[in-house]
Design a protein around this ligand. Structure first.
Ligand code: GLN
Length: 384
């Protein structure tokens, strides 16, 4: 095997990690974050929530099963860059349609291999996520000071609104599977396909609407319920989505949100959000469901979190009645779910669609379906 040409990963604090070019050649900038999933690299790469981020895989061997058309969570790879230790030299899976290296190259994703990802992860854990850059091809020859200046000139993740880069621009609809219970308007902030499938499988027609949609546009669809998806960026920079959500809640529509949709629900209820030092990204995170007392192992991908009191219920500062933290991360006591007690609305910070990840939290889609069915039953009784 020919050795790939040199490449370098530069962190904003000036640390440099030398490796080999992987995927497309050139340069890329983004926030360096580590993901701890041992499997599911294809779902990770195609998760729109990773837009603007250079993802470091802690699993040492990446690419073993190649890529296929089934495991993608969106139409393309979204990570800004990709850092791995040891790319697989062969692709070994009956499902493989190509190699990851080729896919990264085709999609123009600049990566780097041969990096001591353990050392890098420990550094990011100590310092927090950092701006970074990968330089390969002609850019590997830029002088060190120039590379560092480019990295330090890159955008901070805090304060960024990235929804417009990943959202659909046109509304589209998908049919319910099985008995039809109603329709859900999904605000596409970077939605994953697994989420849409779970909503369809619970009996809902799904109308996926652009992130720029107004309250009037959403209400015009006459949805039975509203859903806000996961997505990239800082929830503090999403005032428009928060105002629309407050309108949805005031209109009395049932609401469910995942990840970014949890952070925006938190803001709509009147809480703040903050940036975690290095975030949660992986498929092995323990979370307590305070409704049942059960602990579930869950998939996470978030760098921000909601700042709400764990010992609730408390009055929603924005006037939506009593609310409480429904789920808590057991590694660090971070808010992992919110529930309104007087209106039909809840959300989770993690990923019940589990793509990739364990299926422990799939029950949340049932909880959503049951909440919508109960709400429809109680409002039609009132109308009689
Ligand atoms: N997966 C997501 O929805 C991520 C939400 C947000 N961008 C964060 O990093 O916390």
């Amino acid at each position: 095997m020919t050795l790939r040409e040199p490449a370098v990963l530069v962190l904003e604090d000036g640390t440099r990690y030398r490796g080999r070019a992987y995927g497309a050649r050139g340069r890329t900038l983004g926030e360096a974050v580590f993901a701890t999933g041992m499997t599911g690299y294809q779902e990770t790469l195609t998760d729109p929530s990773y837009a603007g981020q250079i993802v470091v895989q802690t699993a040492p061997h990446i690419g073993n099963t190649g890529v296929n058309g089934e495991d993608t969570e969106s139409a393309r790879i979204w990570v800004a860059g990709y850092v791995v230790r040891d790319p697989s030299r062969v692709v070994s899976s009956f499902r493989a349609e190509g190699s990851l290296d080729e896919q990264l190259t085709t999609d123009g994703i600049v990566g780097i291999s041969g990096i001591d990802t353990r050392a890098l992860t420990r550094r990011l854990r100590d310092t927090g996520s950092m701006r970074s850059g990968i330089f390969s091809g002609a850019d590997a020859a830029l002088d060190e000071a120039e590379q560092l200046a480019l990295v330090q000139g890159g955008a901070q993740m805090a304060g960024q609104n990235l929804s417009g880069q990943v959202s659909t621009t046109e509304t589209y609809s998908l049919p319910a599977e099985g008995e039809r219970l109603g329709s859900v308007a999904v605000l596409d902030l970077g939605v994953k396909t697994a989420t849409l499938r779970y909503l369809q499988a619970r009996g809902f027609d799904v109308h996926v609407v652009p992130q720029s949609s107004t309250l009037e546009q959403i209400l015009a669809l006459e949805p039975t319920a509203v859903f806000y998806s996961n997505g990239p960026g800082d929830p503090a920079a999403s005032d428009h989505h928060v105002e629309v959500l407050q309108g949805v809640l005031r209109a009395g529509l049932p609401y469910f949100g995942i990840c970014f949709g949890n952070q925006l629900f938190g803001r709509a209820l009147g809480f703040g959000t903050y940036k975690l030092p290095f975030g949660h990204r992986g498929i092995n995170q323990p979370v307590m469901d305070r409704t049942t007392g059960k602990v579930e192992i869950t998939a996470h991908n978030h760098g921000f979190a909601v700042d709400a009191p764990l010992d609730g219920p408390v009055a929603s500062p924005a006037g939506f009645g009593q609310v409480r933290v429904s789920h808590v991360g057991l590694n660090d006591d971070v808010v992992e779910g919110l529930e309104a007690l007087e209106i039909p609305a809840f959300s989770v910070q993690y990923h019940p669609e589990a793509a990739a990840g364990p299926h422990d939290a799939n029950y949340l889609f049932d909880r959503f379906r049951d909440m919508v069915v109960d709400h429809v039953a109680s409002t039609s009784k009132d109308a009689k």
